[in-house]
Write a protein that binds this ligand. Structure first.
Ligand code: 13P
Length: 214
């Protein structure tokens, strides 16, 4: 199981979370990555934790003010990137462009989507993984695996019917090892979570709880 901690724009200390994630990953053998804001990628990567961008734009170098280039994220130390997160939605053509830009830069790709129908469309673009996150459950206390188990199973089926090589992650409301285990039982091979770690009083303890059953 892969655990990807999205720090969003929460006011946590990205280095504290990254250091804890690297240590818990080393101790448990569970793959854990941290996705900070673009401006923090380099210093988070310097902790040694697997680092992901939260977004990359479809364009390359040129007259594109405000862009987050996949090349720049990779140069700063990112190994992967989220694309089309629920809080950073893109048009279909731009999702495709961002996946291609990330591939050119050597970044692993995870395209997020709201529901199984969108997961099928996202899988058709050939990312390494897709992630189903129902927007109404994001930031809440109830895990997607508990509140809407069908959406995870249907997302797994939708992705497999398009491309069996695309992994399926899920996220929203996940905060405990039991939630991670339940998501795995539904067929997810990775977890996206944010508030359960980024807003925790003790991010290290939260991470230890997440990997406990794995
Ligand atoms: O959006 C998410 C991860 O990308 C999920 O956020 P929460 O874990 O806070 O529900």
């Amino acid at each position: 199981m892969f655990i990807l901690v999205n720090l969003k724009a929460y006011p946590c200390d990205p280095i504290e979370v990254a250091t804890a994630a690297r240590e818990v990953s080393e101790e448990s053998g569970v793959r854990i990555a941290v996705s900070p804001q673009a401006a923090d990628i380099a210093r988070v990567a310097e902790t040694g934790v697997e680092t992901w961008a939260q977004h990359v734009d479809p364009n390359g170098h040129g007259s594109h003010t405000g862009s987050t280039l996949a090349e720049a994220a990779a140069e700063a130390g990112a190994e992967g990137t989220l694309i089309n997160h629920s809080e950073k939605r893109l048009k279909l053509a731009d999702i495709d462009g961002s996946v291609r830009a990330a591939e050119r830069a050597g970044l692993e790709t995870c395209v997020c989507a709201n529901n199984p129908a969108q997961i099928g469309a996202a899988a058709a673009l050939g990312p390494d993984s897709v992630a189903v996150e129902p927007p109404e459950l994001i930031g809440g206390d109830v895990s997607v695996a508990t509140a809407d188990p069908d959406i995870v199973e249907d997302a797994v089926e939708a992705a497999a019917s398009v491309d069996e090589d695309v992994e399926v992650f899920c996220g929203a409301g996940i905060s405990s090892g039991d939630d991670v285990e339940a998501a795995g039982d539904l067929g997810a091979t990775g977890i996206l979570l944010a508030s359960g770690v980024a807003k925790a009083d003790d991010p290290r303890a939260a991470l230890e709880d997440l990997v406990e059953p794995l």
